[in-house]
Write a protein that binds this ligand. Structure first.
Ligand code: PLP
Length: 408
């Protein structure tokens, strides 16, 4: 199923109708206080952390104002209306039927992953990640007693149009090895390449997980941002059909830019997984934010058109970046995302040496994510954020192009 009726982009305004002139980084820096705007000096263009420059969806903004005006700022103990809102979105967008009692609340997706692992595999063991992958996974896993096993993605056609996929043969080798694998952290869709895993790939992963008794945590935070001509496949129904133990961690925080609202869900794939999640300490739900819960309800139920316009803008920005890379960044290879707003760029052939990220930050004054932090295969790459005004991307490429050896 596609991401709905994907609107085309409207020139000069963001997905909520706010003029791009109001998303000028110099202006945003005076208005916002998140790490995107405070970590680096004012002359650095910040395109690193996965936050959007777009203004919040009006329905979410109004919901938050309304809750604050009602002084509705107390505690929670369950997903309540968020379970229904998420289930409605999952059914309408992906055909996934989610019984409401399988939806559990957590502070954010990072916490959901850690808490799910604590109850799913209390003794810890060996956990597999497919790298390069979202760097905070490595940090989260320091909170649980797991040894991390990296299974590199398979990269097809690296010289022209790189395409990364799960390496299912390598995954099976690790699952079947003498030491085995106890848990698998699936990034679905995959950050940083924006890979949408296919039904066939995920069906095979579910079969392997069932066969080798591997607990799969599927992080689906980027799923709402699947591009309009691509079909996202939730892992849970496939896990349930295969008899694999699995939970899904997700939230509205990436799709609707609500990281600071601190509310996520952990969804059991079936009754067996739900019995595992019923072991979550009650405090896991209590630590979620009531403002985040109401923002999430508004996102999943009332801000779908806004989301579609975000996806359309991100796809337009991806197209723009692909053209700019071809014209101005010789030697750089761009893995085009099929979901999400992150662009993965291979700078190993661009002549900036071993640490292109450092050179780009110091000399071009553009802050990107350093590929070296994404695990095996990430060094020499950078990750760039496409959820901004097109002019911001043009300016970032202009600055980077000016420091390439070919410009001198
Ligand atoms: C794959 C993935 N998982 C989790 C997170 C963090 O989510 P949260 O802020 O809800 O913990 C991110 C943030 O970019 C992400 O890309």
């Amino acid at each position: 199923m596609s991401a709905g009726d994907c609107s085309t982009v409207t020139p000069d305004v963001d997905p909520g109708g706010v003029p791009f002139a109001q998303l000028d980084p110099a202006l945003l820096r005076t208005q916002r206080t998140s790490i995107k705007w405070t970590r680096f000096p004012a002359d650095v263009l910040p395109l690193f952390v996965a936050e959007m420059d777009f203004a919040l969806a009006p329905a979410i903004r109004e919901t938050l104002i309304e809750r604050v005006q009602a002084s509705d700022t107390g505690y929670l103990d369950s997903a309540g209306p968020l379970a229904e809102a998420f289930a409605g979105f999952a059914r309408d967008r992906w055909g996934w039927e989610v019984p409401h009692d399988r939806v559990h609340l957590a502070t954010d997706v990072a916490t959901g992953i850690v808490e799910a692992l604590r109850v799913g595999r209390p003794a810890g063991g060996r956990i597999a990640l497919t790298t390069p992958v979202y760097p905070s996974f490595f940090e989260m896993l320091e909170e649980v007693p797991f040894e991390v096993v990296e299974i590199p993605l398979a990269i097809n056609d690296p010289d022209r149009a790189p395409q990364a996929r799960l390496d299912l043969a390598a995954i099976e080798r690790e699952f079947a090895s003498t030491q085995g694998i106890d848990a698998f952290l699936l990034c679905n869709p995959h950050n940083p390449h924006g890979i949408v895993h296919s039904t066939a790939e995920l069906t095979e992963l579910a079969r392997l997980a069932a066969k080798y008794d591997v607990f799969v945590v599927s992080d689906e935070i980027h799923a709402p941002l699947t591009h309009a001509d691509e079909a996202f496949v939730p892992f849970a129904p496939l896990a349930a059909a295969a008899g694999a133990l699995s939970v899904t961690t997700t939230s509205a925080s990436k799709g609707w830019n609500l990281a600071g609202a601190k509310c996520s869900v952990i969804v059991a794939a079936d009754e067996a997984a739900n019995r595992v999640l019923e072991q979550l300490p009650p405090e896991v739900a209590v630590r979620a934010s009531i403002l985040g819960l109401h923002a999430g309800v508004a996102a999943f139920s009332q801000a779908r058109d806004w989301l579609d316009r975000v996806v359309a803008q991100v796809q337009a920005n991806d197209e723009l970046l692909a053209g700019l890379v071809a014209e101005q960044l010789p030697g750089v290879r761009y893995t085009r995302p099929r979901a999400g707003y992150l662009a993965w760029l291979d700078f190993r052939g661009a002549g900036l040496g071993e640490d292109p990220h450092g050179r780009i930050l110091e000399e071009a004054r553009v802050a990107l994510n350093n590929g070296a932090a994404f695990g095996e295969g990430g060094a020499g790459h950078v990750r760039l954020n496409l959820a901004c005004a097109p002019d911001t991307i043009v300016e970032a490429v202009r600055r980077v192009a000016a420091i390439l050896p070919s410009a001198r």
